[in-house]
Design a protein around this ligand. Structure first.
Ligand SMILES: [Zn+2]
Length: 212
């Protein structure tokens, strides 16, 4: 089964992607991971990506398409794949559909994971990062604000700028404006299923299992 998973930052997409992969044995195609891996390996693609990042530029769509195509054609993706992190815009969605047509593949399910902004803000805003060791404490899990890091014991916890409410709400707004049109495009050609991302990871996992 070929699956595309989409959802705003903080909705728990990564956790669910791991669960799907473990149960269905599909190849996991996460564009962020592929790019980071290429940069670390220092291969030809990595050098191109590193140069773009150093110049503060985004990886252009045509390059992303090439990367995805190459990945989709590898043997481990033959029995199914799970694409995470792409497409993010309507033109990317059109590009992906054309690419799939070209290699004779199709998307079986588009999983759209979402939760109300307030819940996502609560989840992401409830994170404290340790200045000393980098450990991230999830306030919802520990129940009440801790004063010291549970890993190194230092009193060095702070809220990262990325986790401030204003930043999170802006990121969500940008995401919904740009990425939901991409989901709709894919939904015109494949079964699109909306999944309620509220509740515990286990509850969300159950909902996803019910539609795959
Ligand atoms: Zn620490």
């Amino acid at each position: 089964m070929n699956i595309v998973i989409m959802g705003p930052p903080g909705v728990g997409k990564g956790t669910q992607a791991e669960a799907i992969m473990a149960e269905r044995h599909v190849a996991y195609i996460a564009t962020g991971t592929i790019l980071r891996g290429a940069v670390q390996e220092g291969n030809e693609l990595g050098l191109q990506v590193a140069a773009l990042m150093a110049a503060g530029e985004l990886v252009p769509d045509h390059l992303m398409m090439e990367i995805i195509k190459e990945r989709l054609l590898r043997p481990d993706a033959r029995d199914g794949w799970l694409l995470d992190g792409f497409p993010r815009t309507a033109p990317q969605a059109d590009g992906l559909l054309a690419l799939l047509d070209g290699i004779g593949q199709r998307i079986d399910r588009v999983l759209v994971l979402d939760a109300p902004d307030d819940e996502i803000v609560r989840r992401l805003g409830g994170r404290l990062t340790c200045r000393a060791c980098g450990h991230v404490t999830n306030l919802q899990r520990v129940g009440g604000p801790p004063t010291a890091c549970s890993t190194c014991g230092k009193d060095a916890l702070y809220t990262r700028d990325d986790d401030s409410e204003e930043t999170i709400r802006r990121r969500l707004e940008v995401f919904r404006e740009r990425t939901w049109p991409a989901a709709e495009r894919l939904g015109e050609r494949s079964a699109l299923v909306r999944i309620d991302g509220r509740g515990t990871p286990a509850e969300v996992k159950q909902r996803i299992a019910g539609v795959l």
